[in-house]
Design a binder for this molecule. Structure first.
Ligand code: SF4
Length: 314
């Protein structure tokens, strides 16, 4: 691996220049709503997997989701990211209603709600979703199948292709430095993101959640590797949105770490989220243990420190 100084000179500096030209030196802010933390699946790394004991499992009604969207619009947001596990408590019509209600509010919609049929993806697109998040998480089929026993790699890649065919922007990516990931696998995953020509890379380093099976196989992923991945993605996919919600050195700060967020922006990331969940519920959306996101004031301060203009993202 290249020493840090050399990597910074050869890659980070050009990545910052690319951010300036492709994204006009702008830090985009989007609203985010984890509208349910109930999931029928068993991904080995996830804190919301079925069977995990969480203090509070919740599910928002379509009307409650629309109310959050209205608040996001009042706060000046242009796009909302709707995210949940695969919650069997919703009918597909519930999801369509949710999307239509938000569309009426006037917000653009990114969504992550799991695997659907091509007819269902098309219906979501027609109702107003223009970007869908379908992560491949691991690029090696055998590793994916072991860590995601509720689906398989072939099905996941078919879903990824279908999202694109339905005319939605495709957000996708990996988990960086999960236990057992080899440098070759990491490189292959980065190349897969380029091949898929993703619109948004929602990538973070592996963050172990106590009580999940994968947490017994290894500790936290190296956030330095994730920063390098962010830099390479900015160079390979100049217009791609890249998540700056990243952990810092202190895991207790979660994804809202001011240091982690700033480092990501300085390595080429451009996107932060404003959490629409009530503060008391923020950690209930427990995909990772400390998901905590910073508020608008912190986002503005982080943008300023990175030398970026903060603006609502579309
Ligand atoms: S990663 Fe997503 S699909 Fe897998 S268990 Fe967690 S919420 Fe469910």
């Amino acid at each position: 691996m290249l020493p840090k100084e050399e990597f910074d000179e050869q890659f980070v500096r050009p990545a910052r220049e690319t951010l300036a030209t492709a994204k006009n030196n702008t830090l985009s802010v989007r609203a985010m709503l984890g509208y349910s933390n109930i999931c029928k699946n068993q991904c080995l790394y996830c804190g919301m997997r079925a069977g995990m004991k969480l203090p509070n499992r919740y599910r928002f009604s379509p009307q409650e989701v629309a109310e959050s969207a209205r608040r996001a619009a009042e706060m000046g947001m242009h796009r909302i990211f709707l995210v949940s596990g695969e919650d069997p408590g919703y009918t597909f019509d519930d999801l369509l209603l949710m999307v239509r209600l938000i569309h009426d509010v006037g917000l653009a919609i990114s969504m992550a709600a799991g695997e659907f049929s091509s007819e269902q993806y098309q219906a979501l697109k027609d109702a107003g979703v223009d970007e869908y998040v379908m992560k491949f998480e691991m690029g090696d089929p055998a590793v994916f199948d072991r860590l995601n026993p509720s689906t398989d790699f072939k099905r996941r890649m078919e879903a990824i292709e279908t999202v694109g065919r339905c005319g939605m922007r495709l957000a996708s990516g990996n988990i960086v430095d999960y236990p057992g990931q080899t440098p070759e696998q990491l490189a292959q995953e980065i190349m897969l993101m380029r091949e898929l020509d993703i619109s948004w890379a929602p990538v973070i380093p592996y963050m172990p959640v106590p009580g999940t099976p994968l947490a017994e196989e290894g500790g936290a992923g190296d956030r330095g590797k994730c920063l390098r991945e962010i830099t390479l993605l900015r160079l390979m996919l100049p217009n791609c949105d890249i998540t700056a919600q990243q952990p810092g050195d202190d895991p207790r700060e979660g994804l809202g770490s001011p240091q982690g967020n700033l480092d990501a922006l300085l390595h080429g990331a451009n996107l932060l989220f404003l959490d629409m969940l009530p503060a008391a519920m923020s950690n209930d959306f427990a995909v990772v243990e400390q998901r905590l996101l910073g508020g608008m004031e912190q986002i503005r301060e982080t943008g300023k420190r990175a030398g970026l203009t903060v603006a609502p993202g579309i």
